[in-house]
Design a protein around this ligand. Structure first.
Ligand code: ADP
Ligand code: MG
Length: 687
């Protein structure tokens, strides 16, 4: 038996090579490995016969091989074709660059093939399936099979084997929750949960496992927040500001009037900045409600008072865009900003120049990504930090900033609707502003929810919009094709190439998160400048991008996204004077999926969408439609698990009520768990 800190090399079957691959996923110890949760599960279906396969579905076919051709060369590929025959029905099965399959298949034999079936002319074809032996497949049929996040060269099977080995070799700690906590919270033990998430016997096991793990995540998270609560109680205002004419002049010079929500929020911020306490404010406003303007006003007041302000964006693309917007404002309105950009992908020399300007105070507005709070940045007089579009700014960041000097005001902009009670649990002492309305004069976005057969009409529509000078976004869930996915999900790279064939005159580019930041920036800039007609992208463009000339948003595999996320994506269009359209393409057309997606048809109200989503999904839903990224929880979901969050909060209250420092011997394991979580968790960087 080994403890959880044992290196993975210790496991049977994990050699040096596999260990290297694990390292890429930041898996070093048993603990890391057991915390590497499946992203999804595959339910292998009962095999069907050749006569029963349906176009567009992933299925497993049991078929008799009538003949084989190839492998023949076709461009970069060697193609092997296997023909399965049953009566008059023939299914063609093609393998690319897998010549060895030929040796594994004999004409006249029965085999199992699993893959997606597509119509090619009059034929049905299964492309690049997986080949299974009968008994191997029987095994898979028994229970849900985990699909792990992977890296090139590592297969899900290898991870599975290592996980199994680690589970049996681990010497488990005692359960941390004692007394009636497990019962009261309705959760299973930690050990059972780790088994359940990796080796479920059925879906119920997965649900129970994820409930426990989500609870644990909330519990640790809240405990850490409490520990740092001293930082979130009201601190004295070290940077007291007065209202100058700058902000008034600027807002009056704008070509539009502020909405009443914007006005109210701005008034609250002015009061904060000039009041007795340090500001810690969350501004919630739906996509397109004009939060950037609020940020700019607050930063302008800061600059006008002779201090520095920082605007922190979640992505470089967005940071660059903010930099441009603000540079335009300076040109147009002559406001007193002296901005610098600071992002990770800048050349070392440019960064040094930026650091110098920040340190000397020559720059009074610093725009960038997380680079803004790194050690090397020394501020002269940082009085305000605005973070745009994400909750990735919390105690840790504040601590980091406090170490650099004073205690700046914090303003967080978010389009994610969180109920007030949750916000308070999550953020502690925090003021909230809400911008409820969108600026007037916008034409409501026209939505439709369709199946994949609608694509040709959509592409035709793209062509029409492009010829009118408009631009189009297409969102795909994946970056590039990979081995694990069975062709079920659209990927940005292949999609862009297909689209180039269909619309040869359109300028089409693709974008995804794995690209280098400067490459991403260039692509995004070309799109923003109108030099690209169609941008095929993963959800990297989800946050905050503002290209008012883009009027069409098409989301592929919409069923894979949470409604709140789809709503965010939709917010990328409808930002200008032109009528905009949003096309949600679902590759599943069952009633539940369609009912869920239709909510987006019926309302443009982000709050309503989030709560409807919650109602429909119920707290049991997992993985597939999780709201990913927003809070950097790995398993827990603040919407669908909101009850669990409240329970975890109660348990924290009770434990801390009895033992504020968690110093009693019976709480030693809990303390250890929180410490380990703190050490392990990336969350620490995001709270
Ligand atoms: P978000 O809240 O999603 O960050 P933005 O701040 O990007 O929204 O604003 C979206 C667009 O609306 C921008 O082009 C911005 O200039 C414009 N805008 C902001 N406030 C108003 C207003 N009061 N009236 C008209 N347009 C506005
Ligand atoms: Mg924004």
């Amino acid at each position: 038996m080994s403890n959880l800190n044992t290196p993975v090399e210790n496991l049977k079957g994990v050699g040096e090579k596999t260990a290297k691959l694990f390292e890429k996923l930041r898996i070093h110890s048993y603990d890391d490995l057991l915390n590497h949760f499946p992203a999804d599960y595959i339910d292998y279906s009962e095999p069907v016969s050749v006569t029963d396969v349906k176009e567009g579905e992933i299925s497993t076919v049991r078929g008799c091989v009538s003949r084989l051709t190839g492998p023949v060369k076709a461009g970069r590929y060697s193609v092997l074709t296997v023909y399965l025959k049953e009566g008059l029905h023939i299914l063609e099965v093609t393998f690319f660059n897998q010549p060895y399959i030929k040796k594994m298949i004999k004409p006249g034999g029965f085999y199992l093939f699993r893959g997606k079936v597509v119509q090619k002319g009059a034929k049905l074809v299964m492309v690049s399936p997986k080949l299974f032996k009968e008994d191997e497949y029987r095994e898979l049929l028994k229970c849900p099979v985990p699909k792990y996040p992977l890296t090139a060269g590592l297969s899900s099977k290898t991870v599975q084997k290592a996980v199994k080995a680690a589970l049996t070799d681990t010497e488990w700690d005692e359960e941390i929750f004692t007394g009636s906590i497990l019962n009261d919270a309705g959760i299973i033990s930690h050990k059972d949960a780790v088994y359940g998430i990796h080796l479920p016997e059925d879906h119920d096991d997965i649900l129970k496992a994820r409930k426990r793990l989500a609870f644990e995540e909330f519990f640790n998270f809240i405990m850490l927040l409490r520990k740092n609560r001293s930082l979130s109680v009201s601190l004295p205002n070290e940077y007291k500001m007065i209202e100058t004419a700058d902000t008034k002049r600027f807002s009056e010079a704008l070509p539009f009037k502020m909405t009443s929500g914007q006005k109210k929020t701005w008034d609250q911020i002015k009061d904060d900045l000039s009041g007795d306490y340090c500001m810690n404010r969350l501004v919630q406003g739906d996509v397109g409600s004009g939060k950037t303007l609020i940020a700019v006003l607050a930063l302008l007041m800061t600059a006008a008072n002779g201090y520095q302000g920082a605007l922190m964006a979640p992505t470089e693309v967005l940071a660059v865009q903010h930099f441009k917007t603000i540079s335009d404002y300076i040109k147009k309105y002559g406001i007193c900003f002296r901005p610098v950009l600071l992002i990770g992908s800048m050349k070392a020399a440019d960064k040094r120049e930026a650091y110098a300007k920040i340190a000397s105070g020559e720059a009074n507005l610093i725009i960038g990504t997380h680079a803004l709070i790194q050690e090397k940045v020394v501020y002269k007089d940082l009085a305000l930090v605005v973070t745009d579009e994400q909750h990735r700014f919390g105690v840790r960041q504040r601590e980091a900033l406090a170490e650099k000097g004073g205690q700046p005001h914090i303003l967080v902009m978010s389009a994610t609707p969180i109920p007030r009670t949750l916000a308070i649990i999550l953020y502690g002492d925090l003021q909230l502003s809400a911008i409820h309305e969108l600026p007037g004069g916008r034409k409501p976005i026209k939505n439709c929810v369709v199946g994949t057969s609608y694509r040709p009409s959509a592409y035709k529509f793209f062509g029409e919009q492009i010829s009118q000078g408009r631009q189009v976004y297409v969102i795909c869930p994946k970056t590039e094709s990979d081995e694990e996915d069975e062709g079920e999900l659209e990927n940005a790279a292949d999609y862009a190439n297909r689209l180039r064939d269909i619309l040869p005159n359109a300028r089409i580019e693709y974008l995804h998160g794995k690209m280098k930041p400067d490459v991403k920036n260039d692509i995004m800039n070309r799109f923003a400048a109108g030099d690209t007609d169609i941008l095929v992208s993963t959800t990297v463009i989800e946050v905050g991008i503002n290209v008012p000339n883009a009027t069409v948003m098409m989301v592929e595999n919409a069923e894979r996204f949470g409604l709140a996320q789809l709503h965010q994506l939709r917010g990328r269009v409808g930002r200008g004077e032109h009528q905009s359209y949003c096309i949600f393409v679902s590759s599943k057309e069952d009633d539940t999926t369609m009912e869920r997606l239709k909510i987006l048809n019926d309302t443009n109200d982000g709050f309503k969408i989030a709560s409807e989503d919650l109602r429909l999904r119920g707290p049991g839903e997992f993985f597939g439609v999780r709201q990913s990224g927003e809070f950097a929880f790995r398993i827990a979901d603040i919407y669908s698990d909101s009850e669990l969050l409240e329970k975890a909060n109660e348990v924290c209250d009770k434990l801390l009520g009895d033992d504020p420092g968690l110093s009693k011997p019976e709480n030693a394991l809990i303390r250890k768990s929180i410490e380990e979580y703190a050490a392990r968790s990336e969350l620490l960087q995001s709270i």
